[in-house]
Design a protein around this ligand. Structure first.
Ligand code: GTP
Length: 404
């Protein structure tokens, strides 16, 4: 490859990086929580693109601009890409290490200056930073990517940067071992061509993969939000409907039991009327936390609307569910809720418990009995659990526990 062709390749890679910078600018508007990471990746693409285009200006231009400045850009871009990835993967950024690396490399480059006789220290510095950042992030980043996005993604996200890091390591080793053979990036030798071709591939893999991972994360977040009640974070009615249908199918096909606990906070309107909607919200969050805290991992806990909640307990017979409901009732009634600083309020709830039984044709039969039991609990004076045991008449629920 001629010197002219190599410069053209450098400029091509530079423009490619600027294109990715444009992509991150466009992505910035939609990425929400990932903005901090995207800012770093935008800086990475911009700085490395700028550095490459400045190299493309050689032999014209001031040596500080065409020799030292590009290398400064590369050092900063490598640190930026690593910090962005740490933020994206929810790792604690290693800022002390970043600062030491940046200060050390920048001081070295400024100290050495653009003199053509000092190619080796410049190459060793930049390739050393690149090798360290790429190899170390691949090593440390594998586990979090694996945990969050799966094994194949982890290999894709770490193998290419690791190989690119290895290439930089070889370039650094050559600059240290035989400084006289060390060549700037625009010198047409094999290692420089390899670095440039590989950087095209690595940049494409990195930028497109991480854009894809951002989209994946956004989709997961949207799915999560579509299933949650915004105030309490519990499942919403729609998500609970899905769980109910799944459990009903299991019961209908395999006779695997499940039970429902329907509960409604007593005299909740008074909280709003006396202390305002915000205090009411605080009380609802308290109930939600209590229910979620007591539930098993496989139980479903939903806010069905207003001050009404529903729990589904897979594998539970009705008697076990009644005991669970009684525990919840006692826990709620056991202490007042702090509605705000200095304001405690006694809160109780009424509970209705039901489970499928022979003769049920559809899920609605069980839901109706749970609602009926709850209605009876309210009618009987509130703050109690009413159970409709399997086999009893729909119209004769049993008062299982009663206080208040
Ligand atoms: N703060 C707050 N209040 C809500 C919310 N959703 C519904 N409510 C209120 O919940 C109250 C429900 O009142 P009612 O249906 O009369 O029931 P209650 O006062 O709990 O009486 P019983 O159920 O008969 O014990 C109403 O005042 C609603 O405005 C909410 O998201 N936040």
């Amino acid at each position: 490859m001629s010197s002219h062709d190599l410069v053209a390749l450098i400029q091509l890679v530079g423009f490619q990086m600027l294109l990715y910078a444009g992509m991150w600018v466009a992505a910035y508007a939609i990425v929400g929580e990932e903005r901090a990471a995207v800012r770093h990746w935008l800086a990475f693409s911009l700085l490395s693109g700028l550095g490459l285009l400045l190299i493309g200006l050689r032999p014209h231009g001031h040596p500080w601009v065409t020799h030292t400045l590009p290398n400064l850009c590369f050092v900063l871009s490598f640190v930026a890409v690593r910090r962005g990835s740490e933020l994206f993967l929810r790792m604690r950024p290693l800022d002390l290490e970043h600062a030491v690396l940046t200060c050390g490399a920048v001081s070295m480059l400024l100290l050495v200056g653009p003199d053509p006789a000092d190619v080796a220290p410049r190459v060793a510095t930049v390739s050393g930073v690149a090798a360290w950042v790429l190899l170390r992030s691949s090593w440390v980043g594998f586990a979090p990517v694996h945990q969050q996005f799966g094994e194949r993604t982890a290999w894709a996200a770490t193998l290419v940067p690791a190989l690119f890091g290895l290439l930089h390591f070889l370039r650094m080793a050559r600059a240290v071992a035989s400084p006289e053979q060390s060549m700037e990036l625009d010198t047409p030798v094999l290692i420089n061509q390899a670095v440039l071709y590989f950087s095209m591939v690595a940049a494409a893999v990195f930028n497109l993969l991480f854009l894809f991972l951002i989209v994946l994360r956004l989709m997961a977040r949207l799915t999560y939000l579509a299933q949650r009640d915004p105030l309490t974070g519990l499942l919403n009615r729609r998500a609970m409907q899905g769980l109910l249908e799944r459990e009903w199918q299991r019961y209908a096909r395999l006779r695997q039991s499940f039970a429902l606990i329907s509960l409604d906070v007593d005299h909740f309107k008074r909280v709003n009327d006396h202390h305002g909607h915000e205090a009411g919200d605080r009380a609802l969050v308290h109930v939600a936390q209590l229910l979620q805290g007591q539930a098993r991992e496989l139980d479903g806990v939903a806010r069905m609307g207003g001050e009404e909640f529903l729990l589904i307990l897979p594998g539970h017979e009705v008697s076990m569910a009644a005991q669970a409901a009684e525990r919840l009732r006692q826990a709620l009634a056991g202490g007042p809720v702090m509605l705000r600083e200095g304001l405690d309020w006694p809160l109780t709830a009424s509970f209705g418990v039901a489970a499928p039984r022979p003769g049920d044709h559809e899920l609605e039969d069980v839901l109706r009995r749970a609602d009926e039991a709850l209605y009876r609990a309210k009618a009987a004076g509130r703050n109690r659990v009413v159970v409709q045991p399997p086999g009893s008449s729909d119209h004769e629920p049993v008062v299982q526990a009663c206080t208040g």
